[in-house]
Design a protein around this ligand. Structure first.
Ligand SMILES: Nc1ncnc2c1ncn2[C@@H]1O[C@H](COP(=O)(O)OP(=O)(O)OP(=O)(O)O)[C@@H](O)[C@H]1O
Ligand SMILES: [Mg+2]
Length: 408
């Protein structure tokens, strides 16, 4: 399509790989044209442990999305997560370079570069350097200093790092599936693009992704990301608890959890009975839904309590004025919002991905928040001229220049 570029979000999750293709003409919202998913079997707690299986899942999800969209894709924005992810805040300071003291975008790049020089062990690499604010001489709290006048430029940034091997295995998996990576993006950061409003980010909010293998969060305040963290536990743990507690096969436990599960016993009527198939095909048992909730609740409580502990490691926990936005498959469970409100003692809402056109009912499930967020993150990067691979291609460069003439 003339004047449109394609953006692909590839969410390599612990339970599913989702590939989402969008077209964008540079206007406000990218338009979804295809979604493909495939069960993911090569990951554990957010990290690739079996490359072959991961490649198969990626290839299959992307093929499905291509079929729906009727186009072929060659590059993606991919997510990264796992309990190897760490984040720190860092500062950088430089002297403004021009003799008339006007701050240029080169000064901004330089000061961010300066903030990036933190001692990093050999086995870790930087995934994001996210500027929070700038200080020009003694004036702090500046979002964009370009064009201002000053002698000293300072910045505070949020640095996200990950294990080199974990990142490399994602690169390999995507490459082996025949695709290029435009950028590797922290999953909860990506999700935040699809779930949070600018107002929420300004006033203080956390996005909490209840995934299959991990529970990830990112805290925003004053418009910028302030703290990120991971708890290495998720929906799979809940399913395993049920399989053991009810003595039923794991795939049955998964189904029962999705249909009848509740995160709060107090919300379930104890008269409500369900049938549970036995391991090895014996006589099915009848149990009360209350029993189910009694198995789920303590695990969800544990996940939320550990998350709260992680969140409290930053000073921003007490500044979450608009509370917590839940996402990921786990947010679909009955009672999960109420339980989270109880444990975190603040307002909680279940988020639905937004910000793209062509969202049919199916695509607005929270399991697609990361994939859709990756597209929105990608659009922002392209708009700001920060992704290089597209720019290098001859045709692409001209196309981009036409669309984003004012930015390039
Ligand atoms: N209706 C539901 N009720 C409860 N749990 C659900 C429901 N639907 C999905 N889940 C759970 O959500 C999890 C999958 O969520 P999601 O697709 O967000 O994970 P993922 O992205 O594959 O994993 P991760 O982000 O941890 O790598 C599974 O554990 C699944 O059991
Ligand atoms: Mg996920």
């Amino acid at each position: 399509m003339a004047g449109e570029i394609r953006i692909v979000g590839l969410d390599i999750g612990t339970t599913k790989v989702a590939a989402i293709i969008a077209e964008w003409d540079g206007s406000e919202k990218p338009k979804l044209i295809g979604i493909g998913t495939s069960p993911s079997e090569g990951l554990k707690r957010g990290v690739v442990i079996n490359l072959e299986k991961t490649v198969e899942s990626i290839a299959s999800a992307v093929e499905d999305a291509e079929m729906v969209a009727g186009v072929k894709v060659d590059s993606v924005f991919a997510g990264i997560a796992g309990d190897h992810i760490r984040s720190i805040n860092s500062r950088g300071v430089i002297a403004v370079s021009r003799s008339d003291r006007e701050i240029t975008s080169m000064d901004v790049d330089k000061v961010i570069e300066a903030a990036k020089t933190v001692a990093l062990p050999m086995d870790r690499e930087i995934i994001h350097v996210l500027p929070q604010e700038f200080t020009v001489d003694d004036q702090s709290g500046i979002k964009d200093p370009v064009g201002m006048v000053g002698v000293r430029l300072e910045t505070e940034v949020h640095i996200v790092t990950g294990a080199v091997t974990a990142a490399q295995n994602i690169y390999r998996g995507v490459k082996k599936a025949g695709l290029e990576i435009e950028d590797l993006v922290l999953q909860p950061l990506a999700s935040s693009y699809a779930l949070l409003s600018p107002d929420e980010k300004e006033l203080g909010v956390a996005v909490l992704d209840l995934g299959g293998g991990t529970t990830d969060f990112a805290i925003f305040f004053d418009g910028s990301i302030r703290h990120t963290g991971v708890v290495g536990m998720g929906g799979k743990n809940v399913t395993n608890d049920l399989a053991i507690g009810l003595r039923t096969p794991v795939d049955q436990a998964e189904e029962i959890k999705k249909v009848y599960g509740s995160a709060m016993t107090s919300l379930v009527d104890s008269d409500e009975m369900i049938e549970v198939p036995a391991v090895g095909g014996g006589e099915p048992k009848r149990i009360s839904r209350n029993v189910l909730a009694a198995i789920i609740e303590p695990r969800m409580e544990e996940i939320f309590s550990l998350t709260r502990q992680e969140m409290k490691k930053s000073n921003y926990y007490d500044l979450l004025a608009t509370g917590i936005v839940l996402t990921g498959g786990g947010s679909l469970m009955e009672g999960v919002v109420q339980l989270a409100e109880k444990i975190f003692d603040m307002p909680v809402r279940a988020g639905k991905p937004q910000g793209v056109d062509g969202l049919e009912e199916n695509a607005s499930s929270p399991i697609y928040a990361t994939g859709i967020g990756l597209i929105l993150y990608g659009a922002e990067q392209i708009r700001e001229g920060k992704v290089s691979s597209h720019m290098k291609g001859k045709g692409w460069f001209h196309k981009m220049k036409n669309i984003f003439g004012q930015y390039l």
